[in-house]
Structure formats: C-alpha cells, structure tokens
Design a binder for this molecule. Structure first.
Ligand code: LLP
Length: 418
C-alpha cells in the first residue's frame, strides 16, 4: 500500500494534503503515515504466524518515541545499539523482555542499564565483550542472556558502507572462531547462552545472501548442539531492502517462508531486526523551493531541506524520488534540476537530474525518507532539526516540534573572564 498519493492533484499522506501540513507546521518537515507503519509491521509479522518468533524493530532506523510506541502497541520488540536507545524504548513503553542489544562497543554502564532493565538478549560481538559482560553481570549478581553475533562472510551485495557480514567488517566474531568462543561462554559463571545472531547488512534486495547466511548459522547451531550447547533462538538480523526507485526486494512472505523452510523442525525461536523495511516507505521529507537558480551548467532548485536533514544522498549517493506536492499541468515547462540544500558543501544535494516543472515557493516531497532520515539528521550549519508529524487518516499529530535556534546552543558555555 502506498500511503502517499495524489488526490485531486495534491499529494496526500493518507487523507491529509501535504500542503496543509506545510502551512500548519512549516518546512522542512518529516511526515509519517501511521497506516503505512502499521501495515509494514503486520505484513512482516504475518509471514511468521505459527512460528515462534519476535520482530525487534531496529531503533536506529527511526527512534521517534511515537513510532516506537506504535510498534510496541503492535507487539514489537526492539533492537538497540546504545544506552540512549534503551532509554528511548523504555520511555516509549517498550517491553524490556523483547529487547536485543547489538553493537560492537557496549560500555560497562550500558551493560549495567540493560541488565537492570532485564533485556531479552545481548548480541555479543567479541570475546573481550563476553569477558566484560560476565564480569559486569557477576558484580551485579545477575546472569546475562547472550547470543554471539557471527560474521558469516557472506556478500550482502549492497553499498559497501552498509555491508556488515564480510570478513573485513568490524562486526561480529569470525565464523571459524564462533564455536570456541561459545565453549568459553559455556563455562562463564554469569553468562547464559541463549542464541546465535547474525546481521549481514542493509538495503539488501536479493534473497540469496540471507539464505546463505542462515545456512551457515544453522550449521553452527547444529555443531553447538553436538557439543551439548542448546540454542533457544536465532536472531537473523535485519537488512531487507525497500524500493527507492526500481529495486525489487524480496517480499516479506517469500522471505518468511524461505527462512521457515530452512529452519525445518528445529524447536528454535526466530528473532528479526528489521529497520528500513518497516519505516522507510512510511515517511517523506517535505520541503519548499526557496530559489530557482539557472546557471550555464545546471538548473539548481535550492530547497529549505539539506544534507543535515537527510544525509543519505550526500553520504551514500543514495537515490530518493522527489515529487511535486502540487504537480503543474504545464509539464512542457519542466526542466532538469539539481535539487540542493542551503548547506555550504558541494555534496549538499538531495537529488540529481530531476525533471520537474517548478516555481519558487513550490513544495516537494522527498520520498522513502522514513528510515535513516531524521535519525541521522544533524545541526550542521546551526540548522535546527525538522519537525516530525504523524498522519492518522485525516488527523495529523506533531510528534516532534521543530528545534528552536536557542535549543542548539542551550548546552554551551562561554569562558569566564574573556
Ligand atoms: N540489526 C543490526 C545489528 C544493524 O546494524 C542494523 C542496521 C539493523 C539491524 C537494521 O537494518 P535494516 O533492516 O534497517 O537494513 N544508515 C544506513 C543504514 C545503516 C544500517 C546500520 N545497521 C542507510 O541510510 O542506508
């Protein structure tokens, strides 16, 4: 389902016109569709009905309290990578017993907070981390539930910056070392081995890398069983891609039935950590054309959103479709535009070579911006971060107010006696 559609020549989020949102809340503004978020979660989960499973939304994709709260109400668990994300999930009403904690650099304080909260599992990424976790748990008189994140050395066939399952990535423990580290874990007093974890990358648009990685994980699970170590769950990570332009990522139900078939009759719970697939196409970034600037080389459309609001194009050369909120009839006046922001960097672009009929003051929607949009936004150039609005049918709710400029230096001090 696409929740962002033209109705009476105006682009809507569900039943609210985007120009109405712009006039009420200003631009730039992230707009999310509650129906699209809900449907994505339900569709993902539907493939696993009848299988013992837990869908842990990867908070880093979009940590909005309103979105976390919505997913929690739908029964989601959460994949976190920091003490900050733990606090967010708890503040949003997430169930601690449905939290998995990933990440290569967990601090002692983060381990303590997660042990106090009573999370479902630590996804441990190195032998040193395991030793530290055992020590921290012992000092607290607790037992830490653990999976080892194994690096299956599988090519996810995605952008190198978001590929994580190859030998030369910093993530997880080498597949060949995993059995030994599990044997070490088995004799640690304050560690309880619960699972095996694996995450090979993001924006993956083919099924085969997932299945190859899962095969390797299943071989390890079977080898562990032979050593007397019984695995209760497999965390297959996240990574399913979305359609930004013409990609054809695996359908959720195809992915689910392939994974279930591989699991066979093993009595093991399946855990997933989807991020982008649940939120990516449920959000747009609404922006206004400030200036049209024709030059000898290019026509620039300078908009009020920038790389600080949506970093993906500048960082990965990522493509996001850009649509006019009120497309003009006179498409014959369309030109090829470079859509750029006001930030002082040549890399501050949101789209190259877009054919649009534009006038200054027009509104544009940067599509598929629900994942890794607001979560990677910054205050570069002392730009307040955008407002966020969630649409529910014909209602809109401000879920994060636009930052004020005063917010941006509220934590700073000047030196005394200057
Ligand atoms: N689990 C772990 C351990 C992860 O590291 C990630 C993403 C996920 C789950 C969720 O992956 P997803 O289902 O969203 O693909 N900033 C980049 C994406 C970085 C992904 C980092 N890890 C982007 O904008 O494309």
């Amino acid at each position: 389902m696409n929740s962002f559609k033209l109705k009476n020549t105006i682009l809507h989020a569900e039943n609210v016109a985007l120009n109405q949102i712009a006039s009420e809340f200003g631009t730039p503004c992230y707009v999310y569709s509650k129906a699209a978020l809900t449907l994505a979660f339900e569709r993902f989960s539907a493939g696993f009905i009848g299988t013992n499973h837990l869908v842990c939304f990867a908070v880093k994709a979009n940590p909005s309290l309103a979105i976390l709260n919505l997913f929690a109400s739908l029964g989601a668990g959460f994949d976190i990578v920091s003490g900050g994300e733990l606090a967010r999930v708890l503040a949003a009403g997430g169930d601690p017993q449905k939290i998995v904690f990933s990440g290569v650099g967990k601090t002692e304080a983060e381990m303590q907070a997660a042990l106090n909260a009573g999370i479902f599992c630590f996804n441990v990424e190195s032998a040193s981390e395991l030793t530290r976790l055992n020590k921290v748990a012992a000092a607290m008189g607790k037992i830490a539930p653990v999976s080892l994140r194994v690096n299956p050395n599988v090519d996810a066939k995605t952008h190198p910056y978001i590929s994580t399952g190859l030998k030369n990535n910093k993530f997880g423990v080498a597949y060949e070392d995993a059995l030994n580290i599990y044997l070490q874990a088995a004799v640690m007093t304050n560690i309880a081995i619960h699972g095996v974890d694996c995450h090979i990358g993001s924006q993956i648009t083919e099924l085969s890398p997932f299945l190859d990685a899962f095969d390797r994980v299943l071989s390890l699970v079977d080898a562990l069983e032979q050593q007397g170590i019984s695995i209760q769950h497999i965390d297959a990570g996240g990574g399913i891609g979305i359609c930004y332009s013409d990609e054809t990522p695996p359908e959720f139900n195809v992915y689910a039935s392939a994974m279930r078939a591989k699991l066979g009759d093993r009595n093991i719970k399946l855990v997933f950590e989807p991020g982008r697939a649940l939120v990516g196409n449920a959000g747009v970034l609404l922006t206004k054309v400030e200036y049209l600037k024709p030059t000898e080389a290019k026509n620039f459309a300078i908009v009020d959103a920038a790389m600080n609001d949506l970093m993906r194009p500048a960082l990965y050369d990522a493509y996001h479709d850009i649509k006019a909120v009120q497309p003009r009839d006179d498409e014959s006046h369309a030109l090829i535009y470079e859509i750029v922001g006001p930030v002082c960097e040549s890399g501050d672009f949101l789209g190259h070579d877009r054919t649009l009929a534009l006038k200054e003051g027009d509104l544009l929607a940067i599509m598929s911006a629900g994942a890794y949009g607001m979560s990677m936004a910054s205050n570069y150039n002392t730009r307040p971060r955008a407002a966020e609005v969630m649409v529910d049918d014909d209602q809109c709710h401000l879920i994060r107010r636009r930052e004020l400029i005063a917010d941006l230096f509220a934590l700073e001090n000047t030196l005394p006696n200057v």
